[in-house]
Write a protein that binds this ligand. Structure first.
Ligand SMILES: *[C@@H]1O[C@H](CO)[C@@H](O)[C@H](O)[C@H]1NC(C)=O
Ligand SMILES: *[C@@H]1O[C@H](CO)[C@@H](O)[C@H](O)[C@H]1NC(C)=O
Length: 238
């Protein structure tokens, strides 16, 4: 390092070690791919730091900067899936990314998908690498819902968008060449929470009882309660 005195080198070294220490989260060896989880956690911590710096510099709110950083990851290096045809549609006022496998003709099963991101981050577009892979592997038409995010849209907005979209998809399945009796619902993280809430709504609301029943529910690490995180899997895996 040119022109850096031993003191300054020492400070740089301390800073580097502190940042590395802050970014590093060990995962137990029993965890699934602990090294990969550590890396992902480090990236998210780094995003947190960059967002705070950006907010201090008045570039934008930390939330909006984090959104841009996170959404960028999924899409920036994604070249699309040759076996999936993608359409951007609007169902009852809500944007939807509709994926259809090109490998299979005729009427297909359907899957309504809600992305994760803590109700605040990410979007259907940044989830395309995942939802298109899901579409390809399940050979189902996947409707990934661009529900409204918090904090700009307060509670019920996301849920209402997800209900409206699912109802619309069930009612209009034929139009999209989807078998209305083979429509499932799925989501990861808060998307799993939404998938559960929408399924409950569909089964509880007498006004919706005429709709075909959901064929399957896929809940990927869904949060259902925030009162107690000391559950067996948390205790076991740290
Ligand atoms: C994010 O940016 C949009 C557009 O500039 C703005 O309307 C919104 O209030 C911002 N949200 C937050 C949480 O800062
Ligand atoms: C069912 O529809 C009626 C008439 O539109 C409405 O008044 C009622 O609140 C609805 N019920 C539920 C549970 O949403």
């Amino acid at each position: 390092m040119h022109g850096c005195s031993p003191n300054c080198l020492f400070l740089v070294a301390i800073l580097w070690v502190s940042v590395a220490y802050y970014l590093y989260t060990p995962f137990p060896e029993t965890a699934n791919k602990p090294w990969k989880q550590s890396r992902i956690t480090a990236v998210f911590k780094l995003f947190g730091i960059l967002s705070s710096i950006g907010e201090t510099l008045k570039i934008d709110s930390a939330t909006n900067i984090s959104r841009k950083l996170m959404s960028g990851i999924g899409t920036s290096i994604y070249a699309g899936n040759p076996n999936v045809q993608v359409e951007k549609l609007i169902f009852v006022g809500v944007d939807v990314v509709l994926c259809r496998p090109t490998t299979k003709l005729g009427k297909l099963p359907g899957l309504v998908y809600f992305h994760g991101g803590g109700w605040v981050f990410l979007n259907a577009d940044s989830y395309r690498p995942f939802t298109e892979a899901l579409c390809e592997s399940t050979e189902a038409v996947v409707a990934s819902v661009e529900y409204r995010l918090a904090p700009e849209n307060v509670y019920r907005a996301a849920f209402d968008d997800c209900v409206k979209n699912t109802v619309f998809f069930l009612r209009n399945a034929e139009k999209y060449n989807v078998d209305m009796n083979k429509i499932g619902i799925a989501g990861d993280s808060v998307g799993g929470n939404l998938a559960m809430a929408v399924a409950l709504k569909l089964s509880d609301d007498p006004n919706l009882s005429a709709l075909p029943h959901l064929a399957v529910q896929g809940l990927i690490y869904p949060p259902f309660q925030f009162f107690n995180f000391r559950l067996p899997s948390y205790i076991e895996y740290g």
